[in-house]
Design a protein around this ligand. Structure first.
Ligand code: SAM
Length: 223
């Protein structure tokens, strides 16, 4: 069996009972970062052989993981944080398992995307997750323009040092829409700022964004 196992996005208390059960029972743990996952496993007193599985070795690691599952072994795939396959490796492995008719399932759990969307206070019944925007402003604006007329709430991941530039481009492309900036979710300094994009930009002025961010922006409202 191939298991995609969600792990905490900050607060270790968010590990689920089933995640622990599956990690304990797995023959192998496929990890985006074996050192980080080693610390997680150690915290829960789990000893398990790990297989590195990250964006730079996916092509090589995938056949090995698939081969183990074909041989009847159970492999638990974890990313550094949150849900594998969400802005993290996982998709191609699931695709391959499905194509080969191999047993695949998931242990659901934390994901920054869902938590930020729900806490944003923006409509959550229909949304578009865009992951990480391009780093350069020109490409980023083109990327944002795709959803300019979309009625769905938009969710983005962004790094702290690009956050302000991202918000400036979002304001230029979408206009001054309601939005939310979620930071350090589930951690000690968790915060969710809500307001129009221009207000969020003003709030962040003169600060040095730190930690992890999710930006949520309201969709286009009917004219
Ligand atoms: N697979 C993860 C998930 O399910 O959320 C996402 C992995 S992605 C490589 C990392 C990005 O997720 C961060 O740059 C940030 O945008 C977002 N993120 C992860 N943890 C977060 C947290 N505790 N607070 C806010 N954003 C977080």
């Amino acid at each position: 069996m191939l298991y995609l196992v969600s792990t905490p996005i900050g607060n270790l208390g968010d590990i689920t009972l089933r995640a622990l059960e599956v990690l304990r029972a797995a023959d192998y743990v496929a990890s985006e970062d074996t050192r980080k996952t080693g610390l997680l496993l150690k915290h829960f007193d789990i000893k398990k052989p790990q297989i590195a599985f990250h964006e730079h070795n996916e092509e090589k690691a995938r056949p090995r993981i698939i081969g183990l599952v074909q041989a009847g072994q159970s492999v638990a795939v974890v990313s550094n944080a949150g849900t594998p396959g969400i802005a993290d490796p996982g998709y191609t492995l699931v695709r391959r398992a499905i194509d080969l008719d191999l047993p695949v399932t998931m242990v659901p759990g934390p994901s920054a995307l869902v938590m930020a969307l729900v806490l944003s206070g923006l409509p959550s019944h229909s949304f578009t997750f865009r992951g990480f925007p391009p780093r350069k402003s020109g490409k980023r604006r083109t990327f944002l323009e795709v959803d300019r007329d979309s009625p769905h709430t938009l969710v983005f991941y962004e790094s702290p040092h690009r956050l302000r530039d991202f918000l400036a481009d979002a304001l230029a492309v979408y206009g001054d829409r309601p939005a939310a900036v979620a930071n350090e979710l589930t951690k000690m300094f968790e915060s969710v700022r809500r307001g129009a994009l221009s207000e969020l930009i003003a709030q962040l002025e003169g600060t040095e964004p730190r930690g992890e961010y999710v930006v949520v922006i309201e969709g286009a409202v009917d004219q």
